[in-house]
Design a binder for this molecule. Structure first.
Ligand code: CUA
Length: 290
């Protein structure tokens, strides 16, 4: 699980701070060890030389330098830490809300818009700010997807916030990072980040603005008609029209355009008035419902 490849601006700001501190610490370590090695080799007592080295007491200039320079460095780090916290905690205007609920030993995800509940595998749109509320119904868990760049605890009786904007599509694995009982190790997270396809959003609009909604329900959308088949997972079926044709984008297109030509007598009307673009968007959208 690559921790050094953040996919969110929040994670990137933490990663930048980490690299800055790592490099500065590395340089300091090299300086201290370097001076030590030089002192040990250059000022070593010569064999047989038992005389006392020259005795000195204090050096004001050196003492000022080694007091002031760490203080200045720590002040710089302090400012950078505050700036990073502000970036990570910043409100994201227009963010979608998502509740993450920890259970022994699985994750529950509750989306507000459109309303949906799922578990363990989290699907998020890329380029869209998310405001997560992290809660637990039993013990303390911790939601950690390394490539998000940071983690947050889920504490019973208290909702923690986590803002994230995933800006790269991909599959990101994570896990529970707080020991929470026997199966703590098997409390994995898999995040699938995908772009919101304009075609998919358009297809949903086509579905809602036509009479499709008078007969078909898609869970998560407002209408709940049950005259025709529920289409919530229509993209996952292998056939259409109760087996009359295979479920391929081409066939679905033909079906919507004129179902009578495929299954005479079927109660579904033809949608020949839909434009080509709307029909394509609707097919893409329905095929994406799996
Ligand atoms: Cu949940 Cu460890």
């Amino acid at each position: 699980m690559p921790s050094f490849d953040p996919v969110s601006p929040q994670g990137l700001s933490i990663s930048n701070l980490f690299w800055f501190e790592l490099i500065v610490s590395g340089l300091l370590l090299a300086l201290v060890v370097g001076v030590l090695v030089i002192a040990l080799t250059r000022f070593r007592a010569a064999p047989g030389d038992a005389t006392e080295p020259p005795q000195r007491h204090g050096n004001r200039r050196l003492e000022v330098i080694w007091t002031v320079s760490p203080a200045v460095l720590l002040a710089i780090v302090f400012v950078l830490v505050i700036a990073t916290i502000r970036t990570v905690d910043a409100d994201q205007p227009g963010a979608r809300t998502l509740r993450v609920v920890g259970h022994q030993w699985w994750w529950e995800y509750v989306y507000a818009d459109p309303q949906a509940t799922t578990a363990n595998e989290l699907h998020v749109p890329t380029g869209t700010p998310l405001q997560m509320s992290l809660e637990s119904i039993d013990v303390i868990h911790s939601f950690h997807v390394p490539q998000f760049g940071w983690m947050q605890d889920l504490v019973p009786g208290k909702a923690n916030r986590m803002s994230i904007l995933v800006d790269r599509a991909g599959v990101y694995d994570g896990y529970c990072n707080q020991y929470c009982g026997l199966q703590h190790a098997w409390m994995r997270v898999r995040v699938v980040a995908e772009p919101l396809t304009p075609s998919g959003a358009r297809g949903e609009q086509v579905f809602l603005q036509n009479t499709c909604v008078a007969c078909h329900a898609i869970r998560g959308l407002p209408p709940t008609a049950d005259i025709g088949p529920d289409l919530t997972h229509v993209g996952g079926r292998s056939t259409l029209g109760a087996g009359v044709i295979d479920n391929t984008p081409d066939n679905l297109r033909r079906w919507i355009f004129n179902p009578q030509a495929i299954k005479p007598g079927v109660l579904m009307p033809a949608y020949q008035k839909l434009g080509d673009a709307d029909l394509s968007a609707l097919v893409d959208y329905l095929e994406s419902l799996k």
